[in-house]
Ligand binder design. Structure first.
Ligand SMILES: [Zn+2]
Length: 252
């Protein structure tokens, strides 16, 4: 968030006041009422991507950042370097992990857990719901409350919204169809558990959670299993649920 110096706020206000007193040009309504509700500060989001099998630059660094920054809703810092997030976390409201690569540094792992423990929100998107961490089982147990070890071949499926009253599903259609990888997300009984907001089934098995809340004891975490490529990221429905999720985990 860039702070606006006080004087740059004051000058337009004085000008507006002057125009109100001296509307000029014989116009009856020379003054529009000033808004009493200036726009809220954008939500500060740190988005980590990078790794195999996905075009992170196109669908996360470009598409998701554009989705989140539209209208001043959020200010997103994107990186595909897991080592860089340690220094950035302190200034963030939300950490959005979508990475398909390990976070190896112990201090960074601890900082992510501390971030959650301090009540800051997390989004775990697509590849970040995989079992990526051979040597970091705590990630899947405590932050994701489970994970995926497989998915359907990329293709079309229906997602059904189960909880229409949750802020994260606000404005979503009851069912929507998209092309994506249907993740076989399984809940780990040692984790805090999840509340499924939307789910999808294959022809043979499921249902599996597509959109869910992880019941972390200290903060809000949303899992979004969708998001392999543009067939999801470009959908209005995906963009809506992503903005809803960021807003909700940020406590807005
Ligand atoms: Zn994928």
């Amino acid at each position: 968030m860039k702070r606006i110096p006080k004087f740059t706020k004051t000058i337009p206000l004085l000008l507006l006041t002057w125009l109100c007193i001296f509307p000029g040009n014989g116009r009856a309504n020379g003054c529009l009422p000033a808004s009493s509700n200036p726009p809220a500060d954008p939500i500060r989001v740190l988005l980590l991507g990078g790794g195999a099998s996905h075009d992170f630059d196109t669908w996360y660094k470009n598409a998701d950042v554009e989705t989140l920054e539209k209208g001043g809703f959020a200010e997103v810092t994107y990186t595909d370097d897991p080592e860089s997030i340690l220094d950035l976390l302190a200034d963030m409201d939300v950490l959005y992990l979508s990475n398909n690569q390990p976070i190896a540094d112990p201090a960074t792992r601890k900082a992510i857990f501390d971030f959650a423990a301090s009540g800051k929100g997390l989004i775990l998107g697509h590849a970040a719901l995989w079992y990526n961490w051979e040597d970091w089982p705590e990630y899947n147990i405590h932050l994701a409350s489970g994970g995926s070890r497989g998915h359907d071949r990329f293709g079309a499926f229906d997602v059904t919204v189960l909880d229409k009253n949750h802020p994260v599903t606000e404005g979503l259609p009851p069912t929507f169809n998209l092309k994506d990888e249907l993740y076989y997300f399984k809940v780990d009984p040692d984790g805090p558990g999840i509340k499924v907001l939307a789910e999808a089934s294959t022809s043979e098995t499921g249902p599996f959670p597509s959109l869910f809340v992880i019941k972390h004891p200290d903060t809000r975490i949303v899992g979004i299993a969708l998001g392999h490529d543009g067939a999801s990221h470009n959908l209005d429905t995906y963009q809506k649920l992503l903005r809803n999720a960021v807003s909700w985990v940020a406590g807005k």
